[in-house]
Structure formats: structure tokens, C-alpha cells
Design a protein around this ligand. Structure first.
Ligand code: PRP
Length: 184
């Protein structure tokens, strides 16, 4: 059997650390939204965030909906002139709701910057962003997530939802991919 773990150079965020990160972020979301009295919607950005979003979601004990979006962001260089294409949209009106966009990773920052603007324009009471991983070295727009699990260096990370060529999403930890895998 081809074991995908053989393609991993090293573990970057272990299962134990991931559990702690999810506990911590769920506690922060509860402190911020638990007593708001407003509708709260977690928006899982497919596909990469589905594992992380599920882990955070099941730790929340206040009323909270979950919705899914699939988007692609394009271009724009260092300004904000890029655009976002929506492949799968929300099934629920976000008007007057507190929205938390859940991502696996913030890289250039374009996806969350554009998506935040889009949902704010639809009348959300608030739009904040929660990401498992943050790669600030890769940022090309001025965007920062409100809730960050772990800052990581600019290395090729996979696992816990993150892929390379649609593989490795099913690893239970975040690992660094061997360069030989993507350089061939
Ligand atoms: C990744 C990730 C974010 C986005 C971050 O998604 O899940 O959505 O890229 O990049 P940015 O900060 O440069 O905008 P990807 O397009 O790889 O799709 P996937 O989640 O389906 O794998």
C-alpha cells in the first residue's frame, strides 16, 4: 500500500497541539459570541477548512449555525484589486448575524479579505475570521485574521484538511511535505 505518511518530512503541528489549538479557539469564540443574543454563523470555507471547522464547531455549546462556501480568489498584486469567484454560496441570509469565516490557512490574504467584504456587504452585523494556520510571510494584502491557531513559516504544509493535489487532507496532523513530492 502507498502510505501517504511516507511523503511527510516532519510533523509541524501534532495531533495533541491541534487539540489544544481547537480548545483554545473554541473558548475564545465562546467568550466573544456566547452571550451576544444574536444569530451566530460559522462559515466553513471548502475544502481545506472542513476538518478544522468541525473540530471547533463541536466544541461550542451556545446556539450556532454552520454554513459552507467554496470560493477562488484571483490576482490583484499588492493592492486590493483582485476578485473572488463564488462556486458554492451560503444557504442562509447573514443579515444582522455575527459571522465567523473559518479557514485552514491564510496565505496571500486575498480570500478572506474579499470574502469578509462580500459578507459585510450582505448586511452581517459583524464578520470576523478564524484560521488554523497563518503564513504572514506570504501576505500580499493588508489582512489579518481575528483568531489564529498557529503562525507557521513559509513551508509546504499538508494534513488536517490541507492538500497537495487533493492528497494528504486525511492526515490527522499538519506536516511538511517532502520537496521531492512536488519538485518531480
Ligand atoms: C486555500 C486555503 C484558503 C486559501 C488561502 O484554498 O484553504 O482558502 O487557499 O489562500 P490566500 O490567503 O492566498 O487567499 P485552496 O484554493 O487551496 O482550496 P482548497 O481549500 O479547496 O484546497
Amino acid at each position: 500500500m502507498y502510505n501517504i505518511e511516507n511523503d511527510i518530512e516532519r510533523v509541524l503541528v501534532s495531533e495533541e497541539e491541534l487539540k489544544k489549538i481547537c480548545d483554545d479557539l473554541a473558548a475564545k469564540l465562546t467568550a466573544e459570541y456566547g452571550d451576544s443574543g444574536r444569530p451566530m454563523i460559522l462559515v466553513c470555507i471548502l475544502k481545506g477548512s472542513f476538518v478544522f471547522a468541525a473540530e471547533v464547531f463541536k466544541r461550542l455549546r451556545f446556539p450556532c449555525a454552520i454554513e459552507f462556501m467554496k470560493v477562488s480568489s484571483y490576482g490583484g498584486g499588492t493592492d486590493s484589486s483582485g476578485f473572488i469567484q463564488v462556486h458554492l454560496d451560503l444557504k442562509r441570509d447573514v443579515k444582522d448575524a455575527d459571522v465567523v469565516l473559518v479557514e485552514d490557512i491564510v496565505d496571500s490574504g486575498r480570500t478572506l479579505e474579499k470574502l469578509s467584504q462580500l459578507l459585510a456587504n450582505r448586511g452581517a452585523h459583524s464578520v470576523k475570521c478564524c484560521t488554523l494556520l497563518d503564513k504572514p510571510e506570504r501576505r500580499v494584502v493588508n489582512f489579518n485574521a481575528d483568531f489564529v491557531g498557529r503562525v507557521v513559516p513559509d513551508v509546504f504544509v499538508v494534513g488536517f484538511g490541507l492538500d497537495y493535489d487533493e492528497k494528504y487532507r486525511n492526515l490527522p496532523y499538519v506536516g511538511v511535505l517532502k520537496p521531492s513530492v512536488y519538485q518531480q
